[in-house]
Ligand binder design. Structure first.
Ligand code: UT7
Length: 324
C-alpha cells in the first residue's frame, strides 16, 4: 500500500525574542502569572520584513535540506495558516515562487491551531491518490499581527513562527508494523463554538483584518476533553495503545492542557514534547515547530511512533499517528 512518509522537517522563528518580563512592561501581567497559568516563558515576534510566507519559506528550505530533496521535486504545497500575507492569493503560492518550484499544486488551509493536522491530512490523501509524489506541508503564523496588545488575557499567550515537513508517497508492506508513514488521522469541527475563539473582523464582514478574541477558560475545558477523545479514537482505529507511543507532539497552547491530556490518557509526561515555554502558542505552526525541535535535539528518532494532535478555533481538532 501507498503511505505518506515524513522525509524531513524544518522550522523558522523571527529574530526578536520577547520575554515575559517584556510583556509585563506592556500590559498588566507578571512573569509568575504567565508561567504558572500557561508554562510560557518566551515568544518570538515578527519584525519588519518577516511575514507568514517568509517564515514558511525558511522552514520549507530547512525541511528540504534535512530530507536531501531538491525543491524542483515538490509537486504539492499545503500551507496551514490563519494569518496569510494577503487575503488572497494563498501564501503557499508565494512559498512556491520563493522556492522556485512553480507549476505544481499550492494552496492554504484554514483551521487555525488545528491547521497543520488538516493540512497534513489533505496532503496525505493527495499523495496516496497520486496527485503528487512529493509534498511540503507547512504551518506558519504571524499571530502578533492579529493580537489586541491591550488585552492581557490573550496577548501574552501567542507567538510567531513556522514549521514544515517534506512528505513522499512510498509503497510499504501494510503488515509490517515497522513500516514508516502516516498510519491514521481523525479530524473534527464543531461550528457552535465560534464565539469562544475568533477574530472580530474579515474581508466579508468588517472589511478589516480584526483582532483575536478568546474565552480561555471555556476553550481549555473543551480542549482537554476533545483531545483525549480524538487521541483514543486514532489509537483504537490503528490498533495501538497509549503505551505503544514513543512521543506525543501536541499543539502548544498551554502546558496545563498538555499535562491534563497526558494524565487522561495515562501517558507519562516524559513522552510529551513541550516547547510552549520557548515559543508560546504559534497556532498552526506549533506542531511542526515542536516536531522539528525534538528531531533536531535527538529525542525523536527514525522508527519512532509519534502522535500529532491539535485543537483550535472553530472549534476544530484532530490527531494523526505516524511512524517517522
Ligand atoms: O490555541 C487554541 C486553543 N487555545 C487554548 O487552548 C487556550 C486555552 N485556555 C488557556 O490556556 C487558559 O484558560 C488561559 C491561560 C487563557 C487562562 O488561564 P485560566 O487559569 O483559565 O485563567 P482565567 O481566565 O480564569 O483568569 C484568572 C484570573 C482572572 O482574574 P480574576 O477574574 O480571577 O480576578 C483574569 O483577569 O487571571 C486574570 N488574568 C491575568 N492576570 C495576569 C488573565 N490574564 C492575565 C494576565 N496576567 N495576562
Amino acid at each position: 500500500m501507498l503511505r505518506s512518509v515524513i522525509r524531513g522537517s524544518g522550522s523558522a522563528l523571527p529574530k526578536r525574542a520577547v520575554s515575559n518580563a517584556e510583556m509585563a512592561a506592556m500590559v498588566d501581567t507578571t512573569d509568575e502569572w504567565i508561567v504558572e497559568r500557561t508554562g510560557i516563558r518566551n515568544r518570538y515576534i515578527a519584525g519588519e520584513g518577516e511575514t507568514t510566507a517568509t517564515l514558511a519559506t525558511e522552514a520549507a528550505r530547512q525541511a528540504l535540506a534535512a530530507a536531501g530533496i531538491d525543491a524542483s521535486e515538490v509537486g504539492l504545497i499545503v500551507l496551514a495558516t490563519a494569518t496569510p500575507d494577503q487575503t488572497f492569493p494563498a501564501s503557499a503560492t508565494q512559498v512556491q515562487h520563493a522556492l522556485g518550484c512553480n507549476g505544481g499544486i499550492a494552496f492554504d488551509v484554514a483551521a487555525v491551531c488545528s491547521g497543520f493536522l488538516y493540512a497534513l491530512s489533505v496532503a496525505d490523501s493527495m499523495l496516496k491518490t497520486g496527485m503528487a509524489k512529493t509534498a511540503l506541508v507547512i504551518g506558519s503564523e504571524t499571530f502578533s499581527r492579529i493580537l489586541d496588545w491591550d488585552d492581557r488575557t490573550t496577548c501574552v499567550l501567542f507567538g510567531d513562527g513556522a514549521g514544515a515537513m517534506v512528505l513522499q508517497a512510498q509503497e510499504v508492506d501494510e503488515n509490517d508494523p515497522a513500516a514508516p508513514g502516516i498510519i491514521a488521522t481523525k479530524l473534527h469541527a464543531d461550528g457552535r463554538h465560534n464565539e469562544l475563539l475568533y477574530v472580530d473582523g474579515g474581508p466579508s464582514t468588517t472589511g478589516t483584518v480584526g483582532k483575536l478574541r478568546m474565552r480561555g477558560k471555556e476553550v481549555f475545558r473543551h480542549a482537554v476533553t476533545n483531545l483525549a477523545q480524538v487521541l483514543q479514537d486514532v489509537l483504537a482505529h490503528s490498533g495501538y495503545t497509549a503505551t505503544d507511543l514513543d512521543w506525543v507532539v501536541p499543539h502548544q497552547a498551554n502546558a496545563r492542557i498538555l499535562d491534563a491530556t497526558a494524565r487522561k490518557l495515562g501517558l507519562p509526561a516524559e513522552k510529551v514534547i513541550v516547547t510552549v515555554d520557548r515559543h508560546a502558542n504559534t497556532s498552526a505552526a506549533s506542531v511542526p515547530l515542536a516536531y522539528d525541535t525534538a528531531v533536531r535535539d535527538g529525542r525523536i528518532k527514525p522508527g519512532d511512533l509519534v502522535m500529532f494532535e491539535a485543537m483550535g478555533g472553530g472549534f476544530t481538532w484532530g490527531a494523526s499517528l505516524a511512524r517517522v
